[in-house]
Write a protein that binds this ligand. Structure first.
Ligand SMILES: Cc1cc2nc3c(=O)[nH]c(=O)nc-3n(C[C@H](O)[C@H](O)[C@H](O)COP(=O)(O)O)c2cc1C
Length: 132
């Protein structure tokens, strides 16, 4: 089974966490591939932290067995999107960070690379074939 989630304030989204918690024992009998899409994946310098905090630690806490595979994918940054109050707060530091890198934070930025995501998904199929 493939479980994917966005990250909100350092954690998997509440729906994804609830899913993992509610299905903890049945997921232990399956191969579980976990992927996240998050801001931490957008820059090389924060990818290791994203892997550790959002995939390795989340899997260790919420899955009985190690995940079959993990995927760390970038996000779409849309300054116009209405994500509510939390986004406004998070957005201040995101904007500063983008400006520091010389990137215009008023533009929509797409770090969601579909080829990378497809390659990961195809890799899962190959890995599964090699298991059986
Ligand atoms: C309120 C809010 C908080 C976020 N917090 C984080 C965070 O702590 N770490 C991170 O890497 N990305 C963070 N992000 C970026 C999201 O993980 C990213 O936009 C992701 O693509 C969201 O998935 P979705 O578009 O499917 O909701 C945050 C985004 C929002 C709107």
């Amino acid at each position: 089974m493939v479980v994917g989630s966005g990250i909100k304030i350092g954690k998997l989204t509440s729906k994804s966490l609830k899913f993992l918690k509610d299905n903890r024992s049945s997921l232990a009998n399956r191969k579980v591939a976990l992927f996240v899409t998050c801001g931490a994946a957008n820059e090389e310098s924060s990818r290791a932290e994203g892997q550790e905090k959002y995939l390795d630690e989340m899997a260790a806490k919420n899955l009985i067995n190690e995940p079959f595979s993990t995927g760390l994918f970038g996000s779409v940054y849309d300054p116009e999107a209405n994500h509510g109050l939390m986004f406004k707060m998070v957005n201040r530091s995101v904007r500063k960070n983008l400006q520091k890198q010389g990137i215009d934070p008023s533009k929509r930025l797409n770090y969601r690379y579909w080829d990378e995501i497809r390659t990961w998904a195809r890799g899962l199929v190959e890995k599964l074939k090699n298991c059986s």
